[in-house]
Structure formats: structure tokens, C-alpha cells
Design a protein around this ligand. Sequence first.
Ligand code: ADP
Ligand code: MG
Length: 711
Amino acid sequence: MPAAPEVRATVAPAAPRDLSAPQRALRKLGLARDIDLALHLPMRYEDETRLDRLTDAHDGDVVQVQGTVTDCRVEYRPRRQLVARLVDDEGEAVVLRFLNFYGSQQKAYAAGKRLRVRGELRGGFLGREMVHPRVVPADAPLPHALTPVYSTSAQLPQAYLRKAIVSALARVSLHEVLPPAVVPPGLPSLREAVTFLHHPPPGTTLATLDDRSHPAWQRLKFDELLAQQLSQQAAQQERAKLRAPALSATRGGLHERFLAALPFALTPAQHRVAEEIAADLARGQPMHRLLQGDVGSGKTVVAALAAAIAIDAGWQCALMAPTEILAEQHWHKLVQWLQPLGVQVAWLTGSRKGRERRKHLAAVESGRAGLVIGTHAVIQHDVVFARLGLAIVDEQHRFGVAQRLALREKFVEQDRPSPAMGRGGLGAGVMPSAGHGAQPHLLMMSATPIPRTLAMTYYADLAVSTIDELPPGRTPVVTKLFAEDKRDAVIARIRDEVAAGKQVYWVCPLVEESEALELRDATATHQQLSAALPGRMVGLLHGRMSGAEKAAVMSLFTDGTMQVMVATTVIEVGVDVPNASLMVIEHAERFGLAQLHQLRGRVGRGAVASVCVLLYTPPLSTAAKDRLRAMAETTDGFEIARRDLAIRGPGEFMGARQSGEALLRFADLVADGALIDVARSAAGRLLREQPQAAMAQVERWLASRSDYARA
Ligand code: ADP
Ligand code: MG
């Protein structure tokens, strides 16, 4: 949830009930205001400005020709259709087919009529033909500009949208809000750019429009990036005004006693990031920091240190994890670490109900519990913190976009006037600060590093700490790729591993949208392995099990009673069993790269040499090949993230698919890196020197997209 940059601007008014269907469809696409329509730019263009000659055209070409109808009739074989024959002025003929048609069309296309038709030419049995060409009378004037094609929805016909845009363009004021010095040289005015892109004159090179390198596109991208940078930097300035409890670490305090009791010494990298965090906590402003470090780099200890500082200063700390299994692991570990030092740890998960839950809730509410661990149940509305000073979110990228927004909103719910301070801004841009109390500090943790361009654009006001080394004594995991037909050899390998006293994970394939199928496969594999490994304990862990059942299986595996664990992807995050030395991932081609890397991180946690076997089923798509190759070639999480970004592109990388909304409409984080730099420094200058212009720019671009970059 890094840095949800808040866009503080008016939200489009709710749609009145008496709108027509296309009007409602417009609203749904976020096209409520004239400016939104003006900025809804074409996806591509069609050239209808000239007429083609059939003699010059090839099959497969989209052409526009005109001529005279020589014949028009309804045919019944192979199915009912209207068939007309059109002969152009040079005597070349083309057959027009209409599979669905009205009686009126039969009249309009009668023999002798002069028509202009546009469509794709195909070689047919009776010569060339066009299926469902677009038809207008031959004397209609030719358009003067390329015809824009807009992205739209089923309820919104292209023609309706075009008209709506033309009339919006006539009304809208596209006056420059930016001082000329801010706009990079050589770019047209906004009005020129927008007008040009909606109606490029004939003769415009389509290539520069398609690849968006044309100066008109550059201007639009610049303005978009600038608006986004402005809203980010404004949010950052707002946040700088907020207050948080100053949590300073004291000599000989809880965190030092904790460090002294740890069975290992911190790595230099852990030391460094712990100090960065401690410095933030000691300031009276809310920390907003991402702690990134590869799988197994030891983020939990760092989180515990931060918690110790907060608790010692008399505040509460909440630690949230995306799954119950992970929450439980944290609970065990932190109870083990902190309870002996006198800290009471509460535990809240969705599956904890009744008296037990009430007991923990009471400990949170009274402030007796210094540390509260759980899933997002930690921020449900019945949870009231006495004095929340620090919120830590583990594996933050694992929380879905919707969940991230919910987390954030639930924290806002706690924003109520009370002498205590159960309030805060989780992943928030700017929380309403009603002038009382303060915000908690926020620490997010992730094993999926954010590439630089993304960090610059979306997380501008997020401080980042990076653990760039693993604890000593780890042997890198060796990754091997095997096709599914080597399954028996893999099972033999498991037998050896188990005989040597090691433990094994077998991860079953992801079955898209079918938990039932997923379970069936996992059960079958469980049976197969149980049969192949007589006398050994093979367990099964899947998503349909209750929290208690999962916990029971996990603890058998953790204490070494169980040698092999077959699991669906529920084990994905954070599970820590150092004696596990082999991981098999079945149908590895179905997993995402980040997910594979996370899974692989479950082994290689101790000093034993570990192996990760990726079983795949050919044929592989290009992207799947790229993913598997990346896994075999590197164990570096940062390199994996770079490759992932390259394979998937930024939108998908960020989960925009999930939210159904592109992050940026025009600019591309990878291709437009240079423009991002320009926009970023321009934003800083504009905010300082002409805040009015800055606000006008944000209003123009982001007003109807208030969720623009929040998640
Ligand atoms: P992650 O960053 O993936 O969350 P963890 O915090 O789970 O990693 O740490 C992985 C393992 O490494 C744990 O067993 C943890 O106790 C251990 N560990 C962490 N820091 C050190 C260290 N400095 N030296 C040795 N072991 C460490
Ligand atoms: Mg972890």
C-alpha cells in the first residue's frame, strides 16, 4: 500500500436518475465533465479522408470505395443474408454481405444506388467481398480529418461518444493553466494538442500517433505526469504538517534488552534500516516508510525492534499480516521474543471468535496489550486501540487493492475525538486531521521491491529502507527446471531428502477460479506422495481448511514430525521452517514471477543447501518461458522484480488489472522515464512559486478520478 497519494479534489456529482443509457455509460467511464471528455483521447484512427481504388487494393486491406449497386437480393444459403454487388467507376466489382439487416437497408442498397462503403476486403468464392461494410451515400462529403476511434463500452456507441466529445470540445475551456516556462520547449499548447489528437488533419503520419511520440502526445503525457506529481508532492507537504507521537529509544530500553536477548547479531543492513526507522519514530511527524528486503533477509526482527521502541515509549503497536498462517507465525515469534521482557501480546484474526476474541479486544482497548498481531481483523471496526503509536503492515503487496483501501478507511473510522488516540492513516495520503491527537507511524514491509520509476511516480513521499544482504550462513537455493514427465525422478529425490532428515514442500498448482479443482489436484498429489513414501508423514494444507486445521498441520511440519507438506499456495508468505531443504512447485508455469520467488524463499532458510524444483508442463508461452528462465538464472529478489516489470509492464505489475483502472492514461512509466524526471522537478517549482496554477492543473486532470492512485 505504499504511499497512496491522495488526490484531494472534488468528486464528480452522483449521476441523476433520469439519464439516458448512453449518458449513464459516459458517467461510468468517468466522462462526466466536458474536460473529461476532451481528455478522452482516441485509441487509434481510421483514415476516411480519401477514396481507394479496388484495382490497387489487396485482400485484407481496409478500404473505402464508392460505386453503383448493380444487384441486391436476399439469399437464404448458407443462411439468410442481404447480398449486394457494387461496381466502382473503373468497372471493378465487390460483393457486400449483410448477415443481419433491416428491410430499410434492402431499399437503400437497391440496384442503381450510388454508395460509399468501407470495410475489409476478402477474397470470396464469387470474387472479392466485404462483410458488414460501413455504408454511406456516395455524395456524402469526405471528412477532413482522420476519424478517431475511442475506447468505449457496450452501452455507449462509438458515434454517440464522438458527438459527445465534439460538443464537449466546443464548450470546454482549455486555456493554459501552466506558465510557459514550465512546459518543455517544442510542445504545443494544450488546446492545440487536444484538438489535434481528436482530429488529426489528413496527411498526419499515423506512426507518430500510434507510438505516441508526436509532440501533441508528449504534451498530454507531460500534463498528466505533472498533475500526478503535483498531487503527490502536495500530499507530501500536507503530511509533513501532521503530528505523531515522538517515540524515542532510550538507553537501556526495551529494544536494547530485546537485542541483547536475541540468539544472533543483526546484520549491518538490519542495523542500518533499524536506525533509519528509529530516527523517523523519534520525530513528531508520522513515519511513512517502506522496508524492503528479499525473502529471508530478516525483516521481522527489524519490525520487532520498532515495536519495542513504540511500546517502551508507552504506545501500542499493531502488526498486520495478509494471512492467518503468517499472522500466527509472527505471534509465536514475537511472543517468544517480547513476552519474557514483559510485553503483553494480543492476537486478532478473523477465525478467532467469542470469549477469546473479547479477551484480546479488551486488552487492546485498555492498553494492556502493547503489541497487537493479526490479519486485517486488527483494523475491524470493533477494535479500538487505547494508544496506537505504530502500525506495521507485513507483506503489504499481498493485500489486494480493495483490501488496501479498506485497511486505510478502517483506520480513518478510528478517527474519533477521544482522549486516547485510536486513529491514524494507514497507507493514507492525507488523513483528516481534526486538530486533536496525532497519527500513528506507519511501517510497511515487502519482499517485492518497487522499481525506481514506479517509486518515483507513485511513491514520491514514501521513504524507503532496504535490507540488501541476507543473514550469514545461508546457502543460495539452487533452482532446477523439470518437465512434468520427470515427476518420478523428482519423487525419488524427495525420498532421499527425507531419508537425510530434511523436510520438503510440494506446492500444488494454482487452478484459476476453481478452488474445487485445486483441492482435487492437491488431494491426488497428497495420495501419490503418501503411497510413494511409506512410513513418512505427508500432510496436506489447503485454502478450504479452517484456521485451526491449518495451524495444526503447520505445527506438525514446524516441529519436524511431518516430513512432507503438500500445499496449495496458502504457504506462500512468510512461513519459516529452516529444516525444509527442498521445494517442488508443480505447474510452475502458472505462477507469477513474484509468487514463484516468494515460494522459493520458503527454503534455504537455514545453513543446509537447498533446492527448488520447478515442474512445468509444455508447451510454454513466451512469458512463462521468460519467468522460468528468470527463476533459474537469479535468486536476487531485486533482479526478479526488474524482470517481472519487463515481462508484465507497469500497469499489471502494480495490480492495476485488479482495480480495473490504468494507473496512467497516456504516459508510460517505462518508456517515458525522461519525461517523469522533467515533470517531477517542474512540479516542485510550480508548487513553490505558483500554487494556484498547480491546483488548477490537478483539478483539471484528476478531479473525476479521485481514486486515481490511492491504492
Ligand atoms: P523476511 O525478511 O523474509 O520476513 P524473516 O524475518 O522471516 O525474513 O527472517 C528469516 C529468518 O532469518 C528467521 O528465522 C530469522 O529469525 C532469521 N534471522 C533474521 N535476522 C538474522 C540475523 N541477523 N542472523 C541470523 N538469522 C537471522
Ligand atoms: Mg517476512
